[in-house]
Write a protein that binds this ligand. Structure first.
Ligand code: NAD
Length: 357
């Protein structure tokens, strides 16, 4: 498929290819939509097999950011950047400063942040060249680690699902299985423990499992037992694609609600299979929007407490999505996509009048 055909299929506005041989930079910045505001999304560093694979990833990810921001009620559009290279060898001050200059050249239409294989320190280099970056260090005005805010949003999303399924949002006495007790999973375990939930954990890191078990009690389970765990909620907080044709038939919990991105291996097929199995699924990009809310709060220069309060509203958003899915006979992902598209259309329509500023 040609690049233009691919762009019009997914609805992108602009794609920028950036090259700087002096530092080995080969990057693509994709702006999917600025209908709601500047396109925001992290910069992923990955050793793609081909240029086509890098392009496809940045197009898919930037579109996802448009939907995430729209459903979260933020005045942000969707964008993403990818750097094509080996994370173990390519990183340097020059690489990220060079990327920063390309980001700056877009004049604020795109705002970057960290993503897979990029860190707060990398964003500090980007920040030397542009103001259009978030997630750099707090000493330079950044908002630092977003994971507590993400986890707070996931916690309230879980409460919303519990209310729909059991009639009460209370986590006390409920059992939640968490896959992945890294940055987000750890804080989610903390909030659930403080709320009186019973916890089951799985992770590939013995060290991280040891830490949560020591701090919050609960039981460690094998990864294979995560899906079939006898519990109220399974919360995937590690990797994508874990809800698929192999795992869905084994799931016993009535709720899937976790932080991981792209949990459904196939959005349509697996979304419908989950629905048929009578499982309530909180769409990942709705329930994990706390990180984006945190970054938005950084842009608006509001305190962390404000971001936490906004993340709490994920409770209402998750409920609205589930209710819409029920009344329209569609999957929860289809319902959240529809909510996002309706908001984008409505706000974009407001801009048909010119306002002299
Ligand atoms: P992290 O790397 O800190 O934690 C991931 C954890 O999962 C690690 O402890 C790792 O050992 C474990 N893990 C990896 N593979 C596993 C497997 N196969 N089985 C079980 N455990 C496994 O990452 P994070 O920041 O906590 O993010 C977790 C997920 O949430 C990711 O999918 C991420 O994209 C998504 N997310 C994170 C944020 C955020 O604010 N950090 C925001 C939105 C979405």
């Amino acid at each position: 498929m040609s690049v233009f055909a691919e762009l019009s299929e997914l609805g992108h506005e602009q794609v920028v290819f950036c090259r700087d041989d002096s530092v080995g930079l080969r990057a693509i910045i994709a702006i999917h939509s600025t209908a709601l505001g500047p396109a925001l999304g992290g910069c992923r560093l990955y050793n793609y097999a081909t240029e086509q694979e890098a392009l496809r990833d940045v197009l898919r990810l930037s579109r996802g950011m448009t939907y995430k921001a729209a459903v979260a009620g933020l005045d942000l559009g969707g964008g993403k950047a990818v750097i094509w290279g080996d994370p173990n060898t390519i990183k340097s001050e020059g690489l990220f400063r060079s990327l920063g200059r390309f980001v700056d050249s877009l004049g604020g239409r795109y705002i970057t942040a960290e993503d897979m294989n990029t860190t707060v320190e990398d964003m500090n280099f980007v920040h030397r060249e542009t103001e259009h970056v978030t997630g750099h260090s707090s000493w330079s005005g950044g908002s630092g680690d977003p994971s507590p805010v993400t986890a707070w949003g996931v916690f309230h999303g879980i409460r919303a699902c519990l209310e729909v399924v059991y009639g009460s949002p209370d986590v006390a006495g409920r059992t939640v299985a968490i896959q992945g007790v890294g940055a987000v999973g750890y804080h989610l375990a903390r909030f659930l423990h403080e709320g009186g939930a019973k916890l089951l954990f799985t992770d590939i890191s013995e060290r991280k499992l040891g830490r949560v078990a020591e701090e919050f009690g609960g039981s460690v389970i094998d990864d294979d037992d995560f899906y079939s765990a006898e519990c109220d909620v399974i919360a995937p907080c590690a990797i994508g694609g874990v809800i698929n044709e192999r795992t869905i038939p084994t799931i016993k919990a009535p709720i899937i609600a976790g932080a991981a991105n792209n949990q459904l291996a196939n959005e349509k097929v697996d979304g419908e299979a989950v629905e048929r199995a009578g499982i309530t699924y909180a769409p990942d990009y709705v329930i994990n929007a706390g990180g984006l809310i945190n970054v938005y709060s950084e842009l608006k220069r509001t305190p962390r407490e404000h971001a936490m309060a906004e993340a709490e509203n994920i409770f209402n958003t998750v409920k609205a999505v589930i209710n819409r899915a029920k009344t329209s006979g569609i999957t929860t992902t289809e319902a959240s996509n529809a909510l996002a598209e309706a908001r984008i259309e409505q706000v974009a329509r407001l801009q048909r009048f010119h306002l002299p500023r």
